[in-house]
Unconditional design. Sequence first.
Length: 345
Amino acid sequence: MKRVLIAALAAVLTVSAFTGAAVLTGRFKNSVVPVAHAIPMSTTISLPSASAKLESAQGPALTSGAALCAAVTPATPDAVEAAIATTERKAAEEQAKAEAEAKAKAEAAAKAKAAQLTALKTSGKALGSGVINAADVRLRSESSTSSSILATLSKGTAVTVLAQSDGWYAVSCNNTTGYVAQQYVTMGDSLPADTTTDDAAADDNSANDSTADDSSSVPSSGSGSSAVSIAYQYLGVPYVYGGASPSGFDCSGFTMYVYSQLGISLPHGATPQLNYGTSVSRSDLQPGDLVFFSDYGYAASHVGIYVGDGQFIHASSSSSNGYCVCVSSLTSGYYDSHYAGARRF
């Protein structure tokens, strides 16, 4: 591209020089406006030596314009390339300046948010105490898995929960304020005695779509057939991470919502739900039983409701199931090989 520009500019300047020479020889005297009137140069170019020569040869009428034409010579490729390089350098400098300004604004926003969370902590308006319920949970600088990791928190670590938003808790721990995926914080001063969580590294973008929270015990009552009837009312409702309402469900949010309609309280989380109710063997499944699946090293990474005939209804995050509440077979490849157990209420 540079070479094309260079050639074009050189050609234009060559034609300009040729036109000036033609004017000097009088070829265009009767057909064009005198150059002195067409291109006034008195304020921008001073070429005394050229003007003196032209004055004596052609008279004062053509001095300024002719001097310009005589002085202009074709630019060399090196000169044109240098001009292009200068333009590119200036553009790069402007881009670097814009990027620096954007970075400064982002850093200022992060500091402002940190100050706001610190103010929440000292004002006594925090949501309350919480406990990390899994091993090696990452405390991040922002409520995003792409943000930097400030610390790694061990299971049982006490935190102060400052705020909640979009599946994340803003927490304070050991004078450090950051964000933890909501599923890895249990509200309260300690973990329930029967809480079982995976000891593998718990990242905030894991396949477990649950959100750990405090919960009450599950009554040993409820109708399995009623749970199935309620569940079928929401076929086709879209899968929404962290969702627990008819506008959108994740897997554990769906089972939690269905059983809440029967007066049964479940925590929002596949792994915590695995600890409620009575264990049931796969050969003894009945409609309404919760069925669990394990993947990515988690005790339970998915949950659904058994409906009978080897099938279950669940909020699926799989594209093959349409990202919605649907019915699948327990004997299909993935669900069959990742089956983890069942619980009955």
